[in-house]
Design a protein around this ligand. Structure first.
Ligand code: GSH
Length: 201
């Protein structure tokens, strides 16, 4: 059995979506990420920083943090969504890396500057929104050529991007365009595993 400590943020949702899509049995504990005092000791023992998501696999004794690492670990454990054929694997890891570094480096400041800080000048927010739209434009161009980010098969990279794109639908509606990305988002949202994962905890 797998335990996760999580919250309904994009980093947490990546892990619950992955578990649901892989069909791995798990128990999810809800964590209040803003309340240090209530963070469980079992979670802190694995990740002393107190950030979610945290996973403990009782079958192997492996405990880990970091959403992307957990996703890759779960895919390897289940033997799905991480291709072994070299070209497909390279494309998957490239898109995983783009989500982890480029996309999140744009969405994180948007979250902080609009939700946590209230007086951010509009051009600064616009800068990060344009940066995010540029990266999502690259995903859109790829998805115009292939059904999934890494080609003809759905991979861990698609599950990594989905919650981040889904949390920015208002920006996408304002910006317009990106038809292939929107079609992909609708397909992803209709998957039962994705839909269940998005409701955890
Ligand atoms: N790079 C980490 C980021 C984890 C992270 O920033 N988690 C946030 C919620 S999305 C959190 O727990 N923040 C509260 C804290 O750091 O104490 C990952 O991908 O898992």
């Amino acid at each position: 059995m797998i335990e996760i400590w999580t919250a309904r943020t994009t980093n947490g949702l990546r892990v619950s979506i992955m578990l649901e899509e892989l069909g791995l049995p798990y128990t999810a504990h809800a964590v209040d990420i803003d309340d240090e005092a209530t963070k469980p000791a079992a979670m802190r023992a694995i990740n002393p920083s107190g950030a979610i998501p945290v996973m403990l696999d009782h079958e192997t004794g492996i405990g880990m943090s970091q959403s992307f690492a957990i996703m890759l670990h779960l895919c390897e454990k289940a033997g799905r969504f991480l291709p072994v054929e070299p070209a497909a694997r390279a494309a998957t890891l490239q898109w995983m890396s783009q989500v982890m570094t480029d996309v999140i480096s744009a969405t994180h400041p948007i979250f902080v500057l609009t939700s946590e800080l209230k007086d951010t000048p509009a051009p600064i927010i616009a800068h990060y929104e344009a940066r995010l739209l540029r990266f999502l434009g690259q995903a859109d161009a790829q998805l115009a050529q292939s059904p999934w980010l890494a080609g003809n098969e759905i991979t861990v990279a698609d599950f990594a991007l989905y919650p981040t794109a889904a949390f920015r639908t208002r920006l996408l509606d304002r910006a317009g365009g990106l038809p292939a990305l929107r079609r992909w988002m609708a397909t992803m949202a209709a998957r039962p595993g994705v839909a269940r994962g998005m409701q955890v905890p």
